[in-house]
Design a protein around this ligand. Structure first.
Ligand code: ADP
Ligand code: MG
Length: 615
């Protein structure tokens, strides 16, 4: 077979991998062992439904064979193996969506070591230490074996070959500066440090001397907590999550009762790049009695906890359970409920330390809040664990419980406002009366907020209300001059006619202090922010909730307009100023102005006039 080229993306990636990791070359070994372990997992699972497929294949194990004379290192496993297509698809290209992201991220100088794991480019790390790699492999259901060869630069070749048993050998022709990796003392050290948690025996092939077991090869989660070191826990996390951060939370438990299972769960300290990708798939791996079954059991964790990494192992599930049968399985549902409960309980404990909890919240809070919407059973608990910006404190995020502890006398609601970003929201004119009356308002800026507020209608006896729906008396005490009633009526009528295509009505309000006007919606209607979200997602084009333009009768500009409303000579100015005011109200809501060239021109115009007068 003639030489095949790497995809362009792959060559770029190889460059980065090979050239950037000089100080941490040993990670290649961890990656290759991790792949070997995955391959054994796959074959063990495959054999469950295809008995006999792995007969004569011996116990699963991973063998490391150094040859200091030839300067090679071979990593072998008796796992699932690869056929020709696998070789092309998995080693010749990176068919994964993460590749382009990886390259972009790496360019931005992120920690490349972290990225290698995250983006599943582990195999390529072999080229950090080798100038030639040979992969000899035979897949479980095929007779034909293949040899894949590459120097990591100019592409790869695949030829037919023979291999007695199922499995894979990865032979590395070590570079001159990588001779260390034939040193058995060094090899033992690396394996113990980075791969001790692997569930299969890892043995060092010492030639005539025989084989030496380096690790125990037992499932980490079956051991006693007291016998597991932090390093072992962390390395296991790296292996199963392909993340290389130090996890923010770790939870190792045994559940006993009607169904028994063990969980070893982690919450990363860094968000994965795909946290908000549409499939929102959970990421726990399911084992049955230490046999890996699947990492795609949708019902094992709810989507809002998709960032929780780890494993669940239960001996109470049937071993020969098919992946299809796992969906909607009653036992799985029980495991899920129990596990979610434990995660929430642990989060509650951790939430007592504000700074520590913020590390979690700022990374995963937006995804977590989906649970208020999604998880009917734990809705209140998820809400309790959520944190929000509010008008109370610019720095400190609040919980709903803290909010309740601060309610004013007579206040029976939790108030919130929604919008695109915190700074704009803080200055929304609709908040003026609330600020003046010391009524705290939650500032909600994530798209998901618009959805959970519709289902969490009440928290601990306090209904949640958008401030536009507040039915309390927001009238402020004031002694400032006010626009004349009759003229004000004429003005609002005039504005209603002028803006009849944009607003459903124009009303005077007692709620505003600094702003002349503000936009709001009719009680019970979609908020302006939600409407904008839907518009942006093309969910709504024609439908618009009817808006109300509120005018502040105490504002000098409104008084001036009202005073001039019947003056024919001022007609043009009154109209222009009115249009500018509506634009202002739109800007305060995060909306675009009606006609930006009109807005810009008139704004400069009026500024200049005011200036000339004062100068
Ligand atoms: P990842 O492990 O994240 O999938 P890698 O680059 O480490 O990414 O490996 C790419 C793919 O190559 C694996 O997903 C697997 O399909 C295949 N592969 C690598 N090593 C082996 C092996 N020892 N046995 C079988 N398949 C392997
Ligand atoms: Mg890998």
């Amino acid at each position: 077979m003639s030489k095949q080229k790497f995809k362009t993306e792959v060559s770029k990636l190889l460059d980065i991998v090979i050239n950037s990791l000089y100080s941490e070359k040993y990670i290649f070994l961890r990656e290759l062992i991790s792949n070997a372990s995955d391959a054994c997992d796959k074959l063990r699972y495959y054999a469950l439904t295809n008995p006999g497929i792995a007969k004569n294949n011996g116990e699963f194990k991973i063998v490391i064979k150094p040859d200091s004379t030839a300067n090679t290192l071979t990593i072998s496993d008796n796992g699932i193996g690869m056929n020709k297509d696998d070789l092309v698809n998995h080693l010749g290209t990176i068919a994964k969506s993460g590749t382009a992201d990886f390259i972009n991220n790496a360019k931005d100088n992120g920690s490349i070591v972290d990225l290698i794991g995250k983006f599943g480019v582990g195999f390529y790390s072999a080229f950090m230490v080798a100038d030639k790699v040979e992969v000899t492999t035979r897949r479980a259901d095929e007779e034909q074996a293949y040899l894949w060869t590459s120097n990591g630069v100019s592409g790869f070749e695949i030829t037919e070959t023979e291999r007695e048993k199922i499995g894979t050998d990865i032979k590395l022709y070590l570079k001159d500066d990588a001779k260390d990796f034939t040193d058995t003392v060094y090899l033992r050290h690396i394996v113990r440090t980075y791969s001790d948690h692997i569930n299969y025996p890892i043995v060092l092939d010492l030639g005539e001397v025989g084989e030496e077991n380096i690790n125990e090869g037992s499932a980490l989660w079956t051991k006693n907590k007291a016998d597991i070191t932090d390093d072992q826990y962390n390395e296991f996390y790296h292996h199963i999550s392909r993340n290389f951060d130090t996890p923010w939370m770790r939870l190792h438990f045994k559940a006993e009762g009607s169904i028994e299972y063990t969980g070893l769960l982690y919450i990363p300290s860094e968000a994965p790049y795909d946290l908000f990708q549409p499939d929102r798939q959970q990421s726990l791996k399911l084992y049955v009695n230490r046999v890996f079954i699947s990492d795609k059991v949708d019902d094992l964790m709810p989507a809002y906890l998709r960032f929780v990494k780890g494993i669940i192992d239960s001996a109470d599930l049937p071993l020969n359970i098919s992946r299809e049968m796992l969906q909607q399985n009653a036992l799985i549902a029980k495991i899920k409920n129990g596990t979610v409960g434990r995660v929430l309980k642990e989060l509650k404990k951790r939430s007592e330390d504000y700074d520590d909890y913020m590390k979690f919240w700022k990374t995963f809070g937006v995804a977590f809040k989906e649970g208020i919407y999604e998880d009917r059973m734990n809705r209140e608990e998820v809400a309790l664990l959520s944190r929000f910006y509010s008008t109370n404190d610019a720095e400190h995020l609040t919980s709903l419980d803290e909010y309740i502890s601060r309610v004013q006398e007579g206040q029976t609601n939790i108030y919130y406002i929604t919008g695109d970003d915190i700074p704009t929201l803080r200055n929304n004119p609709q908040l003026e009366a609330f600020k003046a009356k010391n009524l705290e308002v939650l500032l909600l800026v994530d798209p998901i907020d618009e959805f959970w507020v519709q289902v969490l209608t009440n928290y601990k006896g306090y209904p949640l209300k958008h401030i536009s729906q507040a039915d309390i008396d927001l009238k402020l005490e004031r002694d400032a001059p006010k626009a004349d009633e009759a003229k004000l009526k004429k003005l609002t009528d005039f504005l209603a006619e002028l803006f009849k295509n944009e607003v459903s009505k124009v009303v005077p309000t007692e709620k505003l202090t600094n702003s002349p006007v503000s936009l709001t919606v009719e009680n019970g209607q979609m908020s302006i922010h939600l409407e904008r979200l839907m518009r942006n997602h093309q969910q709504s084009t024609t439908f618009a909730s009817s808006r109300i333009l509120e005018v502040n009768p105490y504002h000098p500009l409104i008084i001036k307009l009202a005073d001039n409303i019947t003056d024919e000579s001022q007609k043009e100015t009154v109209e222009e100023v009115s249009r500018l005011l509506l634009d202002q109200a739109k800007i305060a809501e995060g909306e675009a102005v009606t006609d930006s060239s009109f807005f810009n021109e008139k704004l400069s115009d009026y500024i200049l006039r005011g200036w000339q007068k004062s100068a």
